[in-house]
Structure formats: structure tokens, C-alpha cells
Ligand binder design. Structure first.
Ligand code: PA5
Length: 525
């Protein structure tokens, strides 16, 4: 890479302290100038979105996550007031928890269990890990982000005898997500088993009128915070979804919001070369031929940003991975995102990145400040952080040498402000990219399809158990059971269900293995 090219394609923003280096994307001359034309539509659509246009047409909703960090920009005074009041309510609730004005049955709360999934968990998890200060955090944060019973037992095991000191925040925009409902029920059961009243320790973050809100009202939960229909799950980190857990942990949420607001101000500028989000989305468009032809590998060289790849995976793939464009034409859009962290990954998949199939581009995230305070020398004049940087720069070169492209985002530190900036940068890049490829970034019809299919499996499980009970003591094959359950065409699903039943104590189902395997039988004892 030449210094000349670096000078042309490195875009530092001194106000933010962030720079975007595109010099390792081998754009032919004039590419950015050409992209500046379609970007004008992105700027116009984004401006309309920020003014309150219906930017999510399928759900007939406004898209207002940018107002969360600049309430005065919300399209009505009522919305501005709601945003400001909710922020104040979050801070005041967190302060009362920290001071012990609101406390658990044994005293001041020490643990926080967050129950949520997808957009209602990934942002809080990212922020929790990026900004944790072990030994100094106000509450130790734990997550239920799945309906995996063993996963929940693991977390409850970590909390151990601390349930009496645990505040539980259940987060669901829709208030009807089954994984979250199950987590809430499992947490409540654990509380009751420990002789505790969940209502006195549970808090809800949810949409008005949702099932979760109804439960929280009926049971008289400790507190409730709103989640608005104009904030999407994967862009909800800077509303109560992310701010409440962060404030409870003791994170400076004003700094996070200020970082996002500062990035928003810069990424609102309708000029490609001055706008890092526009540059990023134009780069994605060029790198993936505007149709996801390459994957994005996210490689932060910072342990604290490990979850950035998972967070971006959802933000990008759930937003851009769409079957139809806005005109209803099949386009099967998306960009696959995966990653972990450097330099750890150099001992894992970076081997393939350098030498294997060339179907990706890397997004390096470089954090300039190594740690709070000075570092020891691991060799004369050299620190561990020097090595971390050395590995990052070395990997970039090693990839470039083999014609593997990369983008580098350099940030000053891993502070609350920086995390807010990164969230805002990627949120807007996703919005711009959606306009470039003509899709709705703000709905998720594919997620709904999976939820519906799961409901069908649960209904079938009940029928299978009924059939087994009716034929109590009889040894039945999966095929025979499917017929008895009135689902002769679903023998495969029935087989999976009975295998699961037989593997779990308490189901009463015993398997007798036979050859070939599909002649194995299942009996209700
Ligand atoms: O981004 C999204 O919209 C989804 O990932 C949701 O956040 C996820 O499905 C959880 O939904 P809810 O918050 O309604 O429980």
C-alpha cells in the first residue's frame, strides 16, 4: 500500500477522533465520485426518515432511533418529551437502586439479570462487556438470551445464593417473544423456589399494551419502562432497552448518547467524502457488488469489543438480509457478517482469510489507547499493546499482499463515548446501504417465519404426547406415532420430538433402539 493511496483514502475526522481507512479497498479511480451520485438518494431518504417519514412501510412505522440521542429532533413535541422523560426516569431509577432507596429483601441490589433476545439482548451484552469495570460496576450483569434450560441454569448457578440481591430486567418490545417469556417464567420460578416475590425485584421494558406489560401491571412489578414502536429491536441500544441495563451497571449513559449524537451530526452531512457512514456503505456496495457477493469479517483488536461482530451480525444481517425489494421484486439481499477478535483470530481462521477462498473483506477496528494507565514493557521498549497493534498492522499487510481487502476503523479508546459513536456509525451505514439496494432495513419478516414454524412444532409435540399417553405402555415407532397423532406427513418432526422426549428425565418416554434406526420404538411409561 502506498503512502499516496493512504493519503487519498484515509478519512480522519478530528472532531470525533475516528478515522476510516479505505486505502486497502482497491477501488478503481473515480469509484467514490461515481458512488456520490446514488448516495444523494440515501441522504434524501435518511433526512426524510429523521423528519418522521414512514421509513418502515410494511409495518407502517416511523424509524426514530436517531431521536433517542437528540430528542429535540423528534418530529413532535410529545415524542421529544417522552424520550427526555424516559431518560430521566432511567437515571433516577438507577440512582435509587444504587443508593439503596429501592432495595431487595436483603439490602442493596448486587446483581442484574437481563432477560431478552435479539435486539433486546445483543446491544446490552455488547455494552456490558465493552464498558465493564470489574470490581467497580454497581451491579454484576448476567443474561438469559435464549430458551436453553441448561443455559439458564448456568447463569442461575453464577448468581448462586445471590437471587435475593438480584434485580431482573425483562426486555421485549413486542412483549410476546417466547424465548423471553420462558426466561421470565424460569427466573420467576427460581425466585419463588428461593422464597422470594419476583414482583418486588422484576422490571419490564416493553411496548404499551403488550403481554409483558400486562403481566407486569397485573403482578405489580417494581417498575416499567417504555419501548416505542418507532424504535426497531436492533437499533434499540440507546433507548431503555440498552440504557437501563447500562445505567444500572453504572455506565455513563450520557457519554454513550453524546458519542452517538456526535457521530450522527457528522454522518448527517450530505457529502460522501465527509461522511464516514456514507463512505462505509459505499464501500460495502463496491466490495459486495451491491448484492452481498462477499462476507464481512469483523475483527476488533480489543477484547472488550469481542461482541461487536455478533452485534453487527444482527444489525446488518437482520436489516439487509431481505428477499424482496421495496417494489416487491425478489432480490435476496444481504451481507454475511462474522468475526471475533484479534489477535486471537490469527490463531484460528485468519489462516483461511489469507490463503483460502477469497470471498470476504475485513473490517478491522483499531483502538489506539491500550489501557487506562501506563503499560509495562514485555521486551525492551515494547508493550503488550505494541504487539496487539503490530499483529493488526501485520495482518492487514499479510491480507493485502494476497489481494484480500480490508477497511480499518480507528477509534481513540474503548469508552462509553466511543461505543456510542460506533453504534451510530453502523446504524446509519446500514440505513444508507438499504437505500442503495432498495430494501426495507427496518422489518424482519424472516424472523416471524421462524417463530410461526416453532409454534407448529410445539402444537405437534402436545399431540404426540397425547398419542403416547393414549397408547400407554405400547412401543411405537415414530412413523406409527405420527399416524396416531394425525400427522402422518410429519414423521421426521415426530421422530425429532420423541428423541428429545426420550433424552429428558421426567417425560416418561423410554426409547428401545432397533435396527435400522427408524424401527426404534418409544413407550410412555
Ligand atoms: O431486531 C429485532 O427486531 C429482533 O431481533 C427483536 O429484537 C427480537 O426478535 C426480540 O423481539 P422483542 O424485543 O419483541 O422480544
Amino acid at each position: 500500500m502506498s503512502w499516496t493511496r493512504f493519503k487519498e483514502y484515509n478519512f480522519p475526522n478530528n472532531a470525533l477522533g475516528v478515522s476510516l481507512d479505505l486505502s486497502r479497498m482497491p477501488f478503481p479511480d473515480g469509484t467514490l465520485e461515481q458512488m456520490a451520485v446514488p448516495m444523494q438518494k440515501c441522504f434524501a431518504e435518511m433526512s426524510a426518515l429523521e423528519k418522521g417519514a414512514i421509513a418502515n412501510p410494511d409495518e407502517n412505522r416511523m424509524v426514530g432511533h436517531y431521536w433517542l440521542r437528540a430528542a429535540h429532533l423528534a418530529p413532535t413535541a410529545e415524542l421529544s418529551k417522552e424520550i427526555t422523560e424516559t431518560l430521566e426516569a432511567i437515571k433516577s431509577f438507577a440512582a435509587r437502586i444504587h443508593s439503596g432507596a429501592v432495595k431487595g429483601p436483603r439490602g442493596v441490589f448486587k446483581h442484574l439479570l437481563v432477560v431478552g433476545i435479539g435486539g433486546s439482548a445483543l446491544g446490552p451484552q455488547l455494552v456490558n462487556q465493552a464498558l465493564a469495570r470489574p470490581g467497580k460496576d454497581k451491579l454484576a450483569v448476567h443474561f438469559f438470551d435464549n430458551t436453553d434450560p441448561d443455559g439458564m441454569d448456568y447463569v442461575l448457578g453464577q448468581i448462586g445464593s445471590g437471587l435475593a440481591d438480584t434485580l431482573v430486567v425483562v426486555i421485549s418490545k413486542s412483549g410476546g417473544t417466547v424465548e423471553t417469556r420462558n426466561g421470565m417464567l424460569e427466573a420467576a420460578a427460581a425466585f419463588k423456589a428461593a422464597g422470594l416475590d419476583p414482583a418486588k425485584q422484576f422490571v419490564a421494558v416493553t411496548g404499551a399494551g403488550s403481554k409483558l406489560e400486562q403481566v407486569a401491571i397485573r403482578e405489580g412489578w417494581l417498575a416499567r419502562f417504555p419501548m416505542w414502536d418507532w424504535v426497531g429491536g436492533r437499533t434499540s441500544e440507546l433507548c431503555a432497552v440498552g440504557l437501563l441495563p447500562a445505567a444500572l451497571q453504572g455506565i455513563d449513559i450520557d457519554a454513550m448518547l453524546a458519542g452517538a449524537a456526535a457521530m450522527d451530526a457528522v454522518t448527517r452531512v450530505p457529502n460522501l467524502k465527509d461522511n464516514p457512514a456514507a463512505l462505509l456503505s459505499a464501500t460495502w456496495y463496491w466490495a459486495t457488488d451491491g448484492r452481498g457477493s462477499r462476507d464481512m469479517v469483523v475483527l476488533p483488536y480489543k477484547d472488550r469489543l469481542l461482541l461487536m461482530s455478533r452485534y453487527l451480525q444482527q444489525l446488518i444481517m437482520e436489516s439487509l438480509g431481505k428477499e424482496l425489494d421495496l417494489q416487491g421484486r425478489p432480490v435476496n439481499q444481504g451481507i454475511a457478517v462474522y468475526g471475533n477478535k484479534g489477535s486471537t483470530d490469527q490463531h484460528a481462521y485468519v489462516q483461511q482469510l489469507r490463503e483460502g477462498v477469497n470471498n470476504f473483506f475485513v473490517t478491522f477496528i483499531e483502538v489506539l489507547r491500550d489501557r487506562e494507565g501506563p503499560s509495562m514493557e514485555v521486551e525492551s521498549g515494547i508493550t503488550s499493546g505494541d504487539y496487539l497493534q503490530g499483529f493488526m498492522l501485520g495482518t492487514r499487510d499479510a491480507l493485502s499482499e494476497k489481494n484480500r481487502h480490508s477497511v480499518t476503523i480507528t477509534v481513540p479508546d474503548c469508552s462509553a463515548r466511543t461505543v456510542g459513536m460506533l453504534i451510530a456509525l453502523f446504524e446509519r451505514a446500514v440505513g444508507f446501504y438499504a437505500t442503495l439496494v432498495g430494501i426495507n432495513a427496518y422489518h424482519q419478516p424472516g424472523v416471524e417465519a421462524g417463530k410461526k414454524a416453532a409454534t407448529g412444532v410445539i402444537a405437534l409435540k402436545l399431540k404426540v404426547v397425547d398419542a403416547l399417553k393414549t397408547a400407554k405402555g405400547a412401543a411405537l415407532t415414530a412413523e406409527a406415532l405420527a399416524a396416531k397423532a394425525g400427522a402422518a406427513d410429519k414423521a421426521e418432526l415426530v421422530y425429532k420430538i420423541v428423541e428429545h422426549l426420550a433424552a429428558n428425565a421426567g417425560s416418561g418416554v423410554v426409547k428401545t433402539a432397533q435396527e435400522p434406526w427408524w424401527n426404534s420404538t418409544y413407550t410412555m411409561r
